[in-house]
Design a protein around this ligand. Structure first.
Ligand SMILES: Nc1nc2c(c(=O)[nH]1)N[C@@H](CN(C=O)c1ccc(C(=O)N[C@@H](CCC(=O)O)C(=O)O)cc1)CN2
Ligand SMILES: NCC(=O)N[C@@H]1O[C@H](COP(=O)([O-])[O-])[C@@H](O)[C@H]1O
Length: 188
């Protein structure tokens, strides 16, 4: 049985999709063994309903977060770690130790619209403002250089006339779920 640890900061929509994919057989021989958040969030409320280890590091200072997370991981080492709407930047030491074990789902066609400050709806606002014709989502390995790790999967969508950041985020969200499951199947 392969083990996945998931890091969250928000609603956990992509994390929920991983749990559903396990339950409906789209992810076989896979289990989520750990969910960690860097703040209290809806994703934690969802994860607590699953019979797994859940930690919300709400009191951990930013500079100690990566080490605290590492201390939790070594207790039950996962095969891969999935960042799912996780909004803290993992430090270089963590990325080196867990090299090629950490993947991130990002709601843009990286390397465009990635990096510090580029997360959530802000990405889609920039894409629309810049009158892009296409957008999409990317799954990539996590390295110390934010959103610049090797790309695992990428999928595009057309931006329609009159598209808004919210309508685009909904379109991209569908792509995120699809390529996240495909990526996990590819790696495990
Ligand atoms: N070392 C790495 N850490 C993280 C990566 C990565 O590639 N390397 N990916 C991000 C995920 N991400 C985009 O996919 C991302 C998340 C957050 C930010 C950001 O600017 N965060 C703010 C804080 C926001 C908050 O806490 O509310 C910041 O650091 O100032 C950029 C990109 C996850 N970690
Ligand atoms: N750079 C990371 C990033 O922007 N992640 C994005 O945050 C949204 C909420 O995720 P959630 O519902 O899983 O919490 C998702 O669209 C996800 O792609």
């Amino acid at each position: 049985m392969k083990k996945i640890a998931i890091f969250v900061s928000g609603k956990g929509t992509n994390m929920q999709h991983v749990f559903q994919a396990i339950k409906n057989g789209k992810l076989s021989h896979v289990m989520v063994n750990l969910v960690i958040s860097d703040r209290w969030c809806k994703a934690i409320q969802y994860a607590l309903k699953e019979n797994i280890s859940v930690f919300s590091l709400i009191k951990t200072k930013k500079k100690f977060l990566s080490k605290e997370i590492d201390n939790l991981l070594v207790r039950d080492i996962p095969d891969i770690i999935v960042l799912s709407g996780f909004l803290s930047i993992l430090d270089a030491k963590f990325c080196e130790k867990w090299f090629n074990k950490v993947i991130n789902i990002h709601p843009s066609l990286l390397p465009k619209y990635g990096g510090k400050g580029m997360y959530g709806i802000k990405i889609h606002q920039e894409v629309i403002k810049n009158k892009e014709k296409i957008s999409g989502a990317t799954v990539h390995y996590v390295t110390k250089n934010v959103d610049l790790g090797d790309i695992i999967l990428k999928k595009t969508c057309i931006i329609d006339s009159g598209e808004t950041p919210v309508s685009l985020s909904k379109k991209v969200s569908i792509i995120e779920k699809k390529i996240l499951i495909q990526s996990i199947n590819k790696l495990l």
